[in-house]
Design a protein around this ligand. Sequence first.
Ligand code: NAG
Ligand code: NAG
Length: 375
Amino acid sequence: MSSSLTPERRAATSTTSRKGSRHLLTLLMTLSLILSSLANPLPLPIEGHSNLLKPPVKQQIANPSAVPQDPKTQGKAQFKQFAASPPQPQPDHQPTTTTPTTSTTPSLPSSTNPLLPEHKYFHEPGYTEVLSHYDSRFFSGEPIPYAPHIIHLRHLIRSYLLMTSELNLKTWLAHGTLLGWYWNGGVMPWDYDLDVQVSNKTLGEMGGNWNGTVWEYVFRVTPEDEGKEEEKRGKKDEAGELRTKKYMLDVNPYWSQRTRLDGLNIIDARWIDMENGMYVDITGLSEDRLETAKQTGSGRGKGIGVWTDKNYHGYATRQIWPLRRTEFEGVEAWVPFDVDGILTEEYGGKSLTVEEFAGHYFDHGRKKWVKTELA
Ligand SMILES: *[C@@H]1O[C@H](CO)[C@@H](O)[C@H](O)[C@H]1NC(C)=O
Ligand SMILES: *[C@@H]1O[C@H](CO)[C@@H](O)[C@H](O)[C@H]1NC(C)=O
């Protein structure tokens, strides 16, 4: 395991905006957030970023295939339910047989499953390498250029990690995002999306309690945000103005359908930048029955205790748990237990040693990937 990754910046303490408790719902939400932050001290806005995440607001998601619902009634019902019985954190590594009480999408026998035949839930503006990295509903029509895209991705993953910490939803870095962590605790500049995983049980909590919630994320603009990270990376800039971004958690109703089917819904949930449609792909792992595990990609041959997503990735329980606590882009994050093993299986051993990739080279002095033509 690479150990040169502990980011230099220290985590402080999170403050949730607690303004505006005139509204009963806001008050209930706030109380539960206070309770959860007492139970679970938060990591935090990194110096120089002063990131804040405000309590979520439930919004109707523009989705052509969604059944129309009154957003107010829907939001109230769910928040009341949540306030009455906040989700209880449970050990994540234990396979679960209980269904979340607040889940809106109970698993049904396939004969009566209204989710079948399968329709694709998340839509992207195109299938090309460039266009497949945006959610159609929030895509402006213009892809984000190279220089600013990494800035958006950093705030995207920071806000996601803050949100999951606040709600005590256990999540860990996966795929290319995990590889980025391995090298320098950050997003790799040639990536245009981010990947995280959660257990099937956490997916149920996301879907049952937090689907469609919109979060306001406030940050202080730093030189890094202005594209001048070279000289001043990580330095506090108290003069920076405050800026707000909005993100939404959207859970695929097919999440509880744990087999691949036609492969149209292998992504279980997304954390979406509502300004431009960039997203974090959230995939769930469920403990597979032995027969399925045998045929499932890299889970093949591992036997019982195999955790699979819906796209042929499989992990032994001990590869994932216990999770390791770390930082990513300056905020608290978690990675699987066996990072080296997972990355080697997925990308080959060279991914951990080769220092030139996709038109970038790894600069050891600056501990970052640098675009070759800009060097
Ligand atoms: C995934 O979670 C759901 C809801 O908790 C449960 O009904 C289902 O059995 C789980 N599936 C697997 C394969 O663990
Ligand atoms: C999440 O909300 C959207 C929009 O209301 C809905 O289409 C989708 O089915 C919901 N997902 C779950 C898991 O309930």
